[in-house]
Design a protein around this ligand. Structure first.
Ligand code: SAH
Length: 455
């Protein structure tokens, strides 16, 4: 059959991609990617883009729905670039995430029969985020906030994102009303003109402290006092109102200058019984409750007895290591961003952790330097960004011969690649546990335990 653009074909969805798109195969073996479909769907699909062996399509009609289908409960779903699984029941989503980890382990890592535990479910599938960065936009009825459409910078207005607390919507409304009442403009990426770029909100669940940050193209807004009053009136827990200046023509959200309009320049949250200071620029897990489960799992894999040297690579603001510092002799954290290292040191002081030190460096070079100094950690934790570890880093870790390596990963595919290198170098991969921190999105975290094979 000679397929062409705009043809409508029948298709059964048989699997999902890592990005959350459904996949089916035509009779001629052409793979068709269909967003917002579900495994088991029988569809009429309109072909939008055709290549030799694969094509992209969109659902024209559903002939027989997948048993895992549910009615999406958000108007912006399909237009906003956030959720991809709002049309699938939660158990099926957990299974999709499990399969993604398993497929990667088998296909990329070459691991057959590896123990992979079921995905740890999110206690709250909705409203789990403690942070929002909402781009400002101008609509017919004035200033509004929304989300970027998938792979674009077009703002889709959204009055209630189900991933964030309901209070964030009320904050957005107050800020929008203030912008309209004072006749101030929103930033336009194309012209570089206009004032308000983003509304950035952070909420510390355990202490109920709220931070509102306005990202402004310039040094500030007119009548900030008016906004502070309006916010304070409705939110007695407002601890911090900040203006962040970002005058660059860039898609990086935050600039590096903050000015306090009201209250403090930080809020404090608690994770695994430890306190963490959050300023606008500091990294913090967006799903506190699930992060706690993730760290507890990492701690159980680390299995510390008290006498160990613990190396926490890619430590960010120190969270993982600091929550385990009571159970080891010495903690060494490594992180490349200087501000994060300062936050980690501050967090150690805040929690009276006296056995930790932090190194600002690339993980590979720091590990190599520690090895040359003769430091041999008993347990190593790695939590790299999506691209995973350098193979040189894995070589160095292996040569330090730690008893156990705990790998916390936000990308099952690079995790599988890296585990393979460990497995080829005297480490046995014991088990993997996927954890759902980012429900309704395609992202999944995984914790892996490796142990040194006895010589
Ligand atoms: N473990 C932390 C942060 C993990 S995010 C937590 O759970 O909160 C990954 C971290 O790795 C980021 O803070 C990033 O700045 C840091 N990073 C990225 N590349 C790095 C490198 N080459 N060397 C060391 N740290 C790096």
């Amino acid at each position: 059959m000679n397929l062409k653009k705009n043809d409508i074909i029948k298709l059964k969805i048989s699997s999902m991609t890592a990005q959350g798109s459904g996949v089916g195969r035509t009779e001629d073996g052409i793979v068709v990617f269909v967003p917002m479909s579900a495994v088991g769907d029988e569809l009429e699909v309109r072909l939008l883009k055709l290549k030799k062996t694969y094509a992209y399509g969109k659902i024209e009609s559903i002939i027989t729905p997948s048993p895992s289908r549910i009615e999406p409960d958000c108007d912006a779903f399909s237009r906003c670039g956030g959720c991809v699984y709002r049309h699938i029941d939660y158990n099926s989503e957990l299974e999709i995430k499990y399969n993604r980890v398993k497929d990667a382990a088998e296909r990329i890592g070459g691991f057959e029969g590896l123990r992979i535990n079921p995905t740890v479910p999110n206690d709250r599938v909705d409203r789990y985020r403690n942070k929002a960065q909402l781009p400002a936009c101008m609509t017919e009825s004035g200033v509004d906030f929304g989300f970027y459409a998938s792979r674009s910078h077009r703002v889709i207005p959204c009055s209630d994102c189900l991933l964030q607390p309901e209070s964030f919507n009320r904050i957005a409304r107050i800020v929008a009303e203030f912008m309209n009442a004072t006749n101030q403009t929103v930033y336009d990426e194309r012209t570089g003109r206009g004032k308000l770029r983003h509304l950035y909100i952070r909420y510390a669940e355990m202490t109920d402290e709220l931070m509102v940050c306005l990202v402004v193209n310039g040094n500030g807004l007119k009548r900030e006092d008016m906004l502070a009053d309006a916010l304070k009136k409705e939110f007695g827990n407002l601890k911090s109102l900040i203006v962040n200046s970002n005058k660059e023509n860039t898609n990086v959200i935050l600039g590096d200058k903050n000015r306090v309009v009201f209250g403090s320049d930080y809020i404090t949250d608690e994770l695994c019984g430890k306190k963490f200071k959050l300023s606008p620029l500091s990294f913090y897990q967006v799903n506190r409750g699930q992060a706690e489960k993730l760290y507890k799992l990492a701690a159980s894999y680390a299995d510390l007895k008290g006498g160990e040297v613990l190396l926490d690579l890619y430590c960010g603001t120190g969270t993982i290591g600091l929550t385990m510092a009571d159970r080891c002799k010495e903690l060494i954290g490594v992180e490349i961003i200087a501000d994060a290292v300062r936050d980690a040191e501050e967090n150690a002081r805040l929690n009276n952790v006296g056995n930790a030190r932090f190194i600002c460096s690339d993980a590979s070079s720091a590990a190599e330097k520690l090895r040359q100094e003769g430091i041999s950690p008993d347990v190593v934790i790695i939590d790299p960004p999506r691209k995973g570890c350098d193979s040189a880093l894995i070589e160095t870790i292996v040569s330090m011969k730690p008893e156990r390596v705990v790998y916390v990963s936000c990308d099952p595919e690079t995790l599988a690649r890296d585990l393979k290198q460990f497995a080829e170098n005297d480490y046995s991969v014991e088990e993997l546990t996927p954890v759902d921190l980012f429900s309704r999105t395609p992202h999944v975290e995984t914790v892996a335990l490796m142990s040194k094979i006895k010589e």
